[in-house]
Design a protein around this ligand. Structure first.
Ligand code: SF4
Length: 341
């Protein structure tokens, strides 16, 4: 076990922290977590509390997204195997993938409904690309950084693609700009989106980071011309699985370039994060509502984050639930600001 100094550039009084284990790699989600709150990354992945911190249970929209991924991957597997292939036990697979039992049944039905829509629209084109590649997960050291990831699918022309589902049980969602093809009411719209030639990193930097890191991990050379794919299912007024249909789900395909500049900056971000992690340069936690709550779920490491606990202790005493409403969160942070040192 080694000891590092926690670095806080505003505060010269450094606190010693213990590192139990260094992470073995970075992934798109771990880089995102590191950049959002290095201290949370430390607590969850490097500290002695690591094994005690439970992952937040998936929200309903996330459970539906996972279920759709499982259905779609299983579909591809069955088609690849050809006639006589044994369909997988979806219930078992979704039970494994969706940790939140409360949403599991609903996610299974919604995932099935979404697959049906997908296969009548963008998914029908998958057949043109068979055999789609099978090695979906990878770990590779790229420019000094070990990168790990599991992609959704890769077409036989080498295009790495990711599925996105948005809008289940929430406000209606419009497709992300930049699509090259769109199906509305099950019909293919003739014109692409006006921004379809733009680098996708100017449209959705977060998704662009994810798919670009996947490409790095799959052998793409940083800075070379790169195209990425997103197949998105955007829902409107879908509250229950029975609402899913061609009228309520728009399906779009993004097939866009990623700029050389973005690729280089992203590689620099990965290298800086990896260097800081390995040198124990971990900034002090700095709680804010946006950082500590995501989809109204409290940061799963907050029990071990003294800065968060000490400043919100008085408020927590009066709260029994750990998933407060938005107004509770703002109230909590209103009080938090009062008590902030
Ligand atoms: S509670 Fe907030 S500040 Fe503390 S580790 Fe979690 S996200 Fe970071």
């Amino acid at each position: 076990m080694s000891k590092f100094n926690i670095t806080d550039f505003q505060d010269p009084n450094k606190e010693e922290i213990e590192v139990k284990q260094l992470p073995a790699y970075l992934s798109p989600s771990s880089l995102k977590e590191w950049e959002a709150c290095p201290y949370k990354f430390y607590l969850k992945r490097m500290s002695k509390y690591k094994s005690k911190i439970k992952r937040s249970l998936s929200t309903k929209p996330a459970a539906v997204g996972t279920s759709f991924d499982i259905y779609a991957k299983s579909y591809i597997d069955v088609v690849r195997q050809g006639p006589g292939a044994k369909p997988p036990n979806i219930y078992q697979l979704v039970s494994k993938g969706v940790d939140n039992t409360e949403h599991r049944e609903e996610a299974i039905r919604a995932g099935q409904g979404l697959l049906k829509v997908y296969l009548q629209t963008a998914g029908a084109e998958l057949h043109d690309y068979f055999p789609i590649k099978t090695d979906l997960d990878f770990t590779k050291v790229v420019e000094g950084v070990p990168i790990r990831g599991i992609i959704d699918f890769e077409l036989c022309n080498g295009l790495v693609c990711d599925w996105k589902t948005r809008g289940y049980g929430s406000a209606p969602k419009s497709p992300t700009p930049g699509w090259v093809k769109k199906w509305t009411n099950g019909k293919l719209v003739k014109k692409p989106h006006p921004r379809y030639r733009e680098s996708f990193d100017t449209i959705h930097p977060d998704w662009a980071s994810q798919v670009t890191i996947y490409n790095f991990g799959r052998g793409h050379k940083v800075g070379d011309p790169l195209m990425v794919g997103i197949d998105e299912l955007s829902m409107r007024h879908v509250a229950v699985p029975e609402d899913i249909g061609l009228e309520t789900v728009q399906v779009t395909q993004v097939r866009s370039p990623i700029s050389e500049e973005f690729q280089v900056k992203l590689m620099n971000r990965l290298q800086k994060a990896w260097e800081d992690i390995n040198n124990g340069i971990i900034q002090n936690p700095s709680p804010t509502p946006a950082r500590c709550f995501s989809y109204r779920q409290l940061c799963e490491a907050s029990d071990y984050c003294n800065m968060f606990r000490s400043n919100t202790e008085l408020v927590f005493k009066n709260k029994s639930k750990k998933t407060p409403s938005n107004s509770n969160i703002m109230e909590m942070f209103g009080d938090f600001n009062k008590f902030k040192r």
